[in-house]
Write a protein that binds this ligand. Structure first.
Ligand code: HSE
Length: 387
């Protein structure tokens, strides 16, 4: 008999998940979506009314339901739902990166048995099996760095700005129409979504908690055609990149737009694809590439997680050897196109200065810490891109 699933939310990813279940006979014979909890009962739906409820308690306490699949975008409501479902003895699958990133410390305190009943592969890199790879495949291999492109909509937007020379606003509208962007697209374009995902990656790579708000974060919302021209003139493209690393005594993480060579893997990562490079002691580097946003691509990973929890597949939790401090001392080179004067004393070295479009630009070496605390770095008229 098919095992019962309770679905919470019926947006883009949840509808994709529903279709994957009902359209595949092999899946359909193993699982059945018994009930779907929605917020607005008055919206017209193509499915039978009996399938829907607005009563979350009846779903999470339903004895027949073995797995609760949580796919809503309200992080705090989602946390309440998943903790209740876990305390009811159910397994939980989620794709809610904000909720997970904000609760890593709480998750770390859960007994391993409970951690193993909560899977959220779809939260990072959509269909890319990244968290499973970090947990199990790299379970005994010391990872030194994980970096790449982990937000699909911004990669799509930047791609359109380079290939078709469309404006930022037009490209964002296209990303929204294609279902890549968050319901609040500010989360994508200002780098919040990438910093949430980076916290989760750091947790799985190093079993360390770094709060998203402690990560240096600059989005792509300040990038315009002047920056695109500058990149093209220098045979580069621009990508929103995220990076976390660890050494003996510290961890580090940042999320920044970056000039990338067209020949690099990241430079060739198009559309809403994500690319993540894992560096480790014995492997040098390994690249994972796949579609990082969109209903179907994300739903595919949700389905894989449902099958994993029903199959009791264990995720390996890395041993934790104490808390490592956040290292903001690392220096990076950045380009700043500025409409407002910037305080050059924040830099350890100025490498170049000039004009770009009607603005001035400066290239210099700066520590992550200095960049984080410089008021000019937060000014929305200053475009900052790592070199
Ligand atoms: N808005 C997200 C992105 C969706 O663009 O990557 C997938 O997490």
């Amino acid at each position: 008999m098919a095992r019962k699933i309770g679905l919470v939310g019926f947006g883009c990813v949840a509808q994709g998940f529903y279709q994957l279940v009902v359209n595949n006979p092999l899946v359909r014979e193993q699982i059945e979506i018994k009930r779907i909890c929605i917020k607005h009962s008055d919206k017209p739906r193509a499915l039978s009314e009996d399938l829907f409820t607005t009563d979350i308690d009846s779903l999470v306490t339903d004895n027949e339901i073995e797995v609760v699949v949580e796919l809503i975008d309200d992080a705090s409501a989602a946390w309440d739902i998943i903790t209740t479902a876990l305390s009811e003895g159910k397994a939980v699958v989620s794709a809610n990166k904000k909720m997970i990133a904000e609760n890593l410390r709480n998750l770390q305190r859960f007994p391993h048995e409970i951690q193993n009943k909560f899977h959220y592969e779809a939260a990072v890199g959509a269909c890319i099996p990244l968290l499973k790879t970090l947990d199990n495949h790299y379970g005994y291999e010391p990872i030194s760095k994980v970096e790449g492109i982990i937000n699909g909509s911004t990669n799509y937007i930047l791609g359109r700005m380079f290939a078709d020379r469309v404006s930022f606003e037009e490209a964002l509208g296209q990303a929204q129409d294609l279902g890549y962007a968050e319901s609040d697209p500010k989360l994508d374009i200002e780098g919040f979504d990438a910093s949430h995902k980076l916290s989760i990656i750091l947790f799985h790579a190093f079993n360390q908690v770094c709060k998203p708000e402690d990560i240096l974060r600059i989005g792509i919302d300040r990038i315009d055609s002047t920056d695109v021209d500058f990149a093209v003139k220098n045979q580069k493209t621009i990508k929103l990149t995220a990076c976390c690393f660890r050494n003996e005594s510290s961890i580090g993480a940042f999320c920044l737009p970056r000039f990338v060579n067209l020949t690099e893997h990241l430079g060739r990562t198009e559309d809403a694809y994500n690319a993540v490079e894992i560096s480790s002691v014995n492997t040098d580097k390994q690249l994972l590439l796949g579609k990082g946003a969109g209903g179907e691509a994300t739903a595919m990973a949700v389905l894989a997680d449902v099958m994993s929890v029903l199959d009791n597949q264990q995720r390996m939790i890395k041993p934790q050897h104490g808390e490592l401090s956040l290292n903001d001392g690392q220096e990076i080179d950045i380009y700043v196109r500025h409409q407002q004067n910037i305080d050059t004393s924040s830099f350890t070295e100025i490498l170049d200065m000039g004009s770009a479009g009607g603005d001035q630009f400066l290239i210099g070496r700066i520590s992550l810490k200095a960049l984080k605390k410089s008021p000019w770095a937060r000014h929305t008229g200053n475009s900052i891109i790592m070199i």
